[in-house]
Design a protein around this ligand. Structure first.
Ligand code: PLP
Length: 402
C-alpha cells in the first residue's frame, strides 16, 4: 500500500509536469543566461517566461518586480535586511510571535548583535494578530513590519492589506512571508499593497531550493548577495535555471488550479477529515481560526496525548503528518505558535498538523480515519498527562471546535 502523505506544509511532491519542464535545462539547455551566444539566450528566454508565470500567480504588475532567490528563508532575510539599510534613521522591526524561524531567528540575531529594536506582536487563542498592539508598535522608528500571510502550523490567515496600510501610515515598509499562502489561496499583491512578499516553490509542487522575493516597483532595495549583475543587480550568482523554470511551471499550474476551484476541493477533503476525526475522538479541538485559514491545513490538538507518539504510530501505519513546523521536528518543546496562542503546555504537546494537497484522495482519508482513534488512545495511555480541556475552556480556547 502506498504511504499517505499529509505533510504538505512541510513540502510537496514535485509535479511530474514540472519535472518534465525542468529536465532539458540540466542537459540540453545548460547555458549560462549571462552569455551572449545561443546557449545563453535560450536560458535567458526561459527565465523571462518563468518570471512572468510567477508574476501572474501573485498578481504583480510587472515581471521585473520578481527576484529569484534560493527559497523562502533567503527571501525573508533579504527583505528585512534591505529595509534596515534603506530606511535610514529607522532601526525597529515589527513582527509577530507566530512567524517562521526564517523571520524569528533573524530578528533575534538583529536584536542581539545589531542593536535593532524588535516588537514581537502576540496573537489570540485563534492565532489572530493583536491589531491594537501592532498599531501601537508602529512609529517613526519602524523600518519594516513583517507579518506572514498565513501561518504554517494552523493556517490562520492574517489581514495583510490592513496591516500594510497601517505600516504605510507610519512611514514603514511592509513585508509578508507568503510561503504557505502562495499557490494555495488567491494572492493579489496589488490589492494588498505590500512592498515585499516571499514565496517558495517547494510548497506548491515545484522544486526545492528556489523561491522569489516580490519587490514592488519604486520600493528602494538593497541586495543581500553581492557579486555579478544577475537579477538586475538584486541577487548575484549564476541563475538556477532548472529551478527557476520549475518554479515558473509550478506557478502556472497552481494558478490554473486556483482558477478552476481546486482550493474548494482541498477544503472539502480537509473539512470532512476534521468532522470525522472530532466525531470519533473525544477531547480534541482544531487549533487556529476556523473561519479564516488555509483550505489545506488542519491542526488538531489531542488533549492528554503526546504528539510525537502519535506521529511515530502514524508513521508505522504509513501515514505522514507533523507535530508543528518542520524545523521543530525532533524537538520535544511544544510549538511556539500554539504557545503564543496560550494553548496549555501539555495540550500543545498533543498537536498534530495534517496538511492536504490537491493530490490527497478520499482513500487517503479513509486510511487515516481507520487508524487515528486507536493511535490517539494508545498515545494517551502512554503519556500519563492530566486533562487540560477545562483549563482550555477557561482560556476561551477550543471554542470554535467543529
Ligand atoms: N516561511 C514559512 C512560513 C515557511 O513555512 C517556510 C518553510 O517551512 C519558510 C518560510 C522557509 O522556506 P524555504 O524552505 O523555502 O526556505
Amino acid at each position: 500500500m502506498h504511504p499517505v502523505y499529509l505533510d504538505n506544509n512541510a513540502t510537496t511532491r514535485l509535479d511530474p509536469a514540472v519535472l518534465a519542464e525542468m529536465l532539458p535545462f540540466f542537459t540540453q539547455h545548460f547555458g549560462n543566461a549571462s552569455s551572449i551566444h545561443g546557449f545563453g539566450k535560450e536560458v535567458g528566454a526561459a527565465i523571462h517566461r518563468a518570471r512572468d508565470q510567477v508574476r501572474a500567480l501573485i498578481g504583480a504588475a510587472q515581471s521585473h518586480e520578481i527576484v529569484f532567490t534560493s527559497g523562502g528563508t533567503e527571501s525573508d532575510n533579504t527583505a528585512l535586511l534591505s529595509a534596515l539599510e534603506i530606511q535610514t534613521g529607522r532601526n525597529e522591526i515589527v513582527t509577530s510571535a507566530v512567524e517562521h524561524p526564517a523571520i524569528l531567528a533573524l530578528v533575534q540575531h538583529l536584536q542581539r548583535h545589531r542593536g535593532v529594536t524588535v516588537h514581537v506582536i502576540g496573537v489570540d487563542g485563534k492565532g489572530r494578530l493583536d491589531i491594537d498592539a501592532y498599531r501601537a508598535a508602529l512609529g517613526p522608528k519602524t523600518a519594516i513590519a513583517s507579518i506572514m500571510w498565513a501561518n504554517n502550523e494552523t493556517g490562520t490567515i492574517f489581514p495583510v492589506a490592513e496591516l500594510a496600510r497601517l505600516a504605510h501610515e507610519a512611514g514603514a515598509l511592509f513585508h509578508t512571508d507568503a510561503v504557505q499562502a502562495v499557490g494555495r489561496i488567491p494572492i493579489d499583491v496589488k490589492a494588498a499593497d505590500v512592498d515585499m512578499l516571499s514565496l517558495s516553490s517547494h510548497k506548491f509542487h515545484g522544486p526545492k531550493g528556489i523561491g522569489a522575493l516580490y519587490i514592488k516597483k519604486g520600493v528602494a532595495f538593497h541586495q543581500l548577495v553581492r557579486g555579478g549583475k544577475q537579477e538586475r543587480g538584486r541577487r548575484a550568482g549564476t541563475e538556477n535555471a532548472p529551478g527557476i523554470v520549475g518554479l515558473g511551471k509550478a506557478a502556472e499550474l497552481a494558478l490554473k488550479r486556483l482558477q478552476g476551484g481546486g482550493c474548494e476541493r482541498v477544503r472539502q477533503i480537509r473539512d470532512a477529515f476534521e468532522i470525522a476525526t472530532l466525531g470519533r475522538i473525544d477531547d480534541a479541538f482544531v487549533a487556529g481560526d476556523i473561519e479564516n485559514r488555509l483550505p489545506n491545513t488542519s491542526n488538531i490538538v489531542f488533549d492528554r496525548a503526546e504528539g510525537e507518539v502519535i506521529l511515530l504510530e502514524l508513521d508505522k501505519a504509513g501515514i505522514a503528518a507533523s507535530s508543528g513546523s518542520a524545523c521543530a521536528a525532533g524537538s520535544t518543546e511544544p510549538s511556539h505558535v500554539l504557545r503564543a496562542m496560550k494553548v496549555p503546555y501539555a495540550a500543545a504537546l498533543g498537536a498534530i498538523r495534517f496538511s492536504f494537497a490537491h493530490t490527497s484522495t478520499d482513500e487517503d482519508l479513509g486510511r487515516v480515519l481507520a487508524k487515528l482513534p486507536a493511535i490517539v488512545e494508545k498515545a494517551r495511555e502512554a503519556s500519563g498527562f492530566a486533562a487540560t480541556m477545562g483549563e482550555m475552556a477557561q482560556a476561551g480556547l477550543g471554542a470554535g471546535v467543529r
